[in-house]
Each structure stands twice: as C-alpha cells, then as structure tokens.
Design a protein around this ligand. Structure first.
Ligand SMILES: O=P(O)(O)OC[C@H]1O[C@H](OP(=O)(O)OP(=O)(O)O)[C@H](O)[C@@H]1O
Ligand SMILES: NC(=O)CC[C@H](N)C(=O)O
Ligand SMILES: [Mg+2]
Length: 501
C-alpha cells in the first residue's frame, strides 16, 4: 500500500504536503517523494521515512502552489530510490504523477506503450504504465486548446487499458490538478477543501485523517472510475463514476487505513469495534473462558475492545509497543519482518501471569506476529493463550497493492486452523467468519460494494489466473536470486510446517 497526497492553492503547498504525508506514513515506509511546480517541476525523493528523506534544505527548494507527494510500500519492481514516486514526464505540458495500487496487466500495458505509443518506460514501477498511457492519450488531443473533456477522455481510455487498482493524482503543468481512480475504486482517495482569504486550497489524499491535521473540510470520496480536475482558475470538474461495480478493499477497513479515517462514509475505528463484537458469537461457541482480552498493538485495539465489551470480559492493554518500530507487515523481507516483530512488542508480566488470555489481532497473514506474541505471553506466565483474528483466514494473494502476492506465503492458504494453532503454539485460534464480514460490508449497507478477494479468491477485475502465476514465478525467482531463503520460523517462501507443541 502507499499513501498519496496532492494540493493546489494560492500559496506554496509543500508544508501541507509534508503534514499530509506524515499522517499517511503507516501506508508506506520504503520511500517518500514530493514534486511541486512553479515555473518548473521541483522533485525530491529517496528511500526512508518522511523525516529521513526531507530535510529543511530540500523543502526550501520545493516551491510552487501545486504539488503531489507519496509514501511508498513497494509492490512492483525493487525498493531502489529510482523507483520512488512521483514520476514526471515533460511531454505533453509536463506531468507529474503518484499512485497507490498495483497494475495487473503490466506486460500487456508495457507492450502497448512500446508498440502503439513508442514509449519505453524507464523503470519497472507500474506508475509509469499509468502515466505514459495517460500522457500518450493526451498527446492525441489538440494541445493548443486542451479542454476538460479532452483530459477526461484520456483518463477514460487509460482506465480501459490499464487493469488493476490505482488511485492517482497528477499535476498537469500550467493546467491544474487531476485525480482519478480505477474502474472498481479499489483503493481509497478523498477530496478536501480549505478556504483562505486568498482563495480555496484543494486537496486529494488517500485518507481523510490528513484533513483533520490540516483543517480541511472533507468534500467527497473519489468513487470507482471517477475523476476530478481542478483547473487553473480553481474551478472543479467531475467525471462520473464508471459503470463497473464498486469493489473497495475491505482490508483497508480491517488493517491498513488509520482508525481516525472515514472511508466511504464509514469511520474505520467504528468498523473495527463492530468486527470485534461480531467475534463474540464464535468465542462463546468455542467454549473458551478467557480472564481478559488484550490487543496486539497497533491495529488490534478496536476489535479487542469490541470483543471484550460483547463478551463481558475485562480488556487490558498488556502488550506494550515500542513506538520507534514501524509496521512489520510492510517490511519487504521475512528476516526484516521477524526483526521488527521481535523488537516491537513486550508483554506486561504482572497483567498476564496465571491468566487465560484472549489476544485479538486484526489479521494473521504469514503468522510472524501471532507466533511471536503467543510465545512471549507464555514466557510472561500466561496460563492459556487464545489467538483471535478479526479478519477471516487470508487464503488468496492480494494483487491490488497489498504485499501478500504469493499464496505460498499465506499461512491460511496452506494449513488448517488446527495446524495454524499448533504452529503459532496457541491453545485456540479463532477467525472471523467470511459470511459475517460480507454481511457487515454488504453493498446495501451504504458501503456500495467491497473487494473480499484475499478471503474469498473472487477477484473483481475478472480472471487473474495468469497474473497470479506470473507473480508467483517472478517472486520465487527473485527470492532465489537474493537467497532470501526461509529461516526456521519463516513463512515467506513456503508456509511453515506446523509442529506439535
Ligand atoms: O501474520 P503476519 O504476517 O505477522 O501479519 C499480520 C500482522 O501484521 C500487521 O501488523 P504490523 O506490525 O504490520 O502493523 P501494526 O503495528 O499497525 O499492527 C497486522 O496488524 C498483524 O499484526
Ligand atoms: N502499494 C502501492 O500502492 C505501491 C504502488 C506501486 N505499485 C509501487 O510499487 O510503487
Ligand atoms: Mg499488527
């Protein structure tokens, strides 16, 4: 996943961009980049967190009243700084683009770029496919009198040709700021506005939490296939939604997005409490009788508190997180993920000693976190440990921007619940039911359609068998080359062989 922002107003926007990106740091930790435009594009990007990449001397050079920013969590190509976003191209007009998501017809789109538009992308970042397809379509218009219709026409052709998930923001130099989403609206993108004495500032960001920090009014979500263009006179133009069914990523609600964001009318924190409450039925049916419910920080908290409330068992924060460690799940190697998990969480012995503990996390993906948590809780004296996931078993790769691209690395795709329970050394593992999750996010409940592909194997963009095969082969050969072989506890190249304890 990545985080994207774009701002356009009467004054320099770099300050807003930095604050916006900082609020989105949970969406990407590999790299960060900002491009602004005054008479020229000013671009700075590099590997690391916002505070590592942007020093005052860089920010000083990022002049202009229009600009975009990106925090990257790699899903295509390498982690090299060269592949960090934004990307820019000088023709037509000068364009700079960022995106969140993942293109799934990479080869076909690259071939078309080469054969039809005579463009050779410089890197293996899928952003180039979106940007050059859009740029090439725009080039076919009358550039002396470019109209909003022309821009939306080029967007629509791009949406037809480029398959997958992509929420995008583009600066069109001298013309304005454009945002558009893929036809299914898989990734989040919201629009906001702040009025100043000198005129309005418009913003597009991955999540609404940015607007709270920046004092912006939320205007609307950018829906499936929708595009919004702010022209140079600050007029706002809309291209309506695409005819495809909306398939918003439900994993954003479960894990990825920040709890204080509102996405498609739903406050993420509230949905997580609901997910926790929904688990009560399964917990009661299982016959376990925990003395306390605890959460796995950071993202297990709201579900844990919901479950505790629903089953009438005290909630305690009994795992302390080292706030200097980021998200483990978005670290790109298994060894790195294990290292983060190890340094990140520490149990409070006095709270758990002699207790039957129900520990709630948002999800079990590769099993790295859950296995470690159960172990440290036992070492701290817990009598029994029940591991409870507010997400259903993740059985299929995500091909839309969350880096769980191979089924071999998904523990639930390869093992039964009993085997997983033995592997993580828990006394019981309980998962959310998929049917309950689908009921909570049903189309008729205001959310308007969700993507459940990682839980159900049903992909909203059609038959993706070829792409899944391609990505499995590519990742496996990449890992073999890097000799990132599985460690004893690793599930990165093949899910673990469950053992008895
Ligand atoms: O089964 P795994 O492969 O370990 O993946 C699942 C874990 O990864 C995420 O946590 P992460 O540490 O990334 O972020 P968080 O601090 O926001 O919970 C998620 O919240 C789970 O705890
Ligand atoms: N997670 C994302 O949204 C990644 C965007 C893009 N595919 C990249 O790797 O840079
Ligand atoms: Mg976690």
């Amino acid at each position: 996943m990545c985080g994207i922002v774009g701002f356009f107003g009467p004054d320099d926007v770099v300050g807003d961009i930095v604050i916006g990106l900082t609020a989105l740091q949970h969406r990407g930790q590999d790299a960060a980049g900002i491009a602004t435009f005054d008479d020229n594009f000013h671009l700075h990007k590099g590997n690391g967190l916002i505070n590592d990449v942007f020093k005052p001397k860089h920010l000083k050079k990022l002049k202009g009243n229009i600009g975009i920013g990106h925090v990257r969590y790699t899903t295509q190509g390498s982690n090299d700084a060269e592949l960090a976003q934004p990307f820019t191209t000088s023709y037509p007009f000068g364009l700079s683009m960022v995106h969140n998501g993942n293109v799934i017809n990479f080869r076909q789109a690259a071939k078309r770029l080469h054969e039809k538009y005579h463009v050779l992308p410089k890197t293996s970042n899928d952003l180039e496919l979106i940007m050059y397809t859009f740029a090439s379509e725009l080039r076919l218009k009358n550039l002396d009198a470019l109209s909003v219709v022309d821009i939306f026409d080029a967007v629509e052709t791009t949406q037809e040709l480029v398959k997958g998930a992509y929420a995008t923001i583009t600066v069109i130099a001298g013309h304005g700021l454009l945002a558009f989403n893929d036809p299914n609206g898989i990734r989040p993108l919201v629009m906001g506005r702040r009025d100043t004495p000198d005129g309005p500032v418009f913003a597009f960001t991955s999540e609404s939490t940015c607007f709270d920090y920046l004092d912006f009014e939320f205007v609307q979500d950018i829906g499936p296939g929708q595009a919004v263009f702010i022209d140079k006179d600050f007029n706002v133009h809309f291209k309506n939604a695409y005819a495809k069914p909306k398939a918003f990523c439900v994993f954003e609600q479960i894990y990825f997005a920040r709890e204080d964001s509102v996405i498609h009318g739903r406050l993420v924190a509230r949905e997580r409490v609901r997910l926790g409450k929904m688990l009560a039925r399964k917990v009661i049916e299982s016959g376990i009788e925990p003395d306390m419910v605890i959460d796995v920080p950071s993202s297990g908290y709201f579900a844990a508190s919901g479950l505790a409330e629903a089953i009438g068992v005290p909630y305690r924060r009994a795992l302390v997180k080292n706030n200097h460690m980021g998200r483990s799940f978005i670290v790109s190697s298994q060894a790195g993920r294990e290292d983060v998990v190890k340094k990140k969480l520490n149990p409070i012995r006095e709270f758990v000693e002699g207790k039957k503990v129900a520990v709630v996390d948002d999800s079990i993906v590769r099993g790295t976190t859950s296995r470690r948590i159960v172990r440290i809780l036992r070492e701290a004296g817990a009598k029994e440990v029940y591991f409870i996931s507010s997400a259903p078993p993740i059985i299929s790769p995500c091909i839309y921007g969350i880096d769980m691209a191979m089924s071999t690395e998904l523990i639930a795709a390869n093992y039964t619940e009993e085997e997983i329970c033995r592997y993580i050394e828990a006394d019981r593992v309980i998962y959310q039911d998929l049917a309950d999750l689908q009921e909570l996010f049903a189309a008729d409940k205001g959310h308007g359609g969700s993507c459940f592909a990682c839980f159900s194997g049903q992909y909203p963009t059609g038959d993706v068998t070829k792409y899944l095969r391609h990505i499995q082969e590519e990742r496996t050969s990449h890992r073999e080359k890097k000799e990132d072989r599985p460690t004893e506890t690793s599930v990165s190249a093949k899910a673990p062989a469950p053992t008895e304890h």
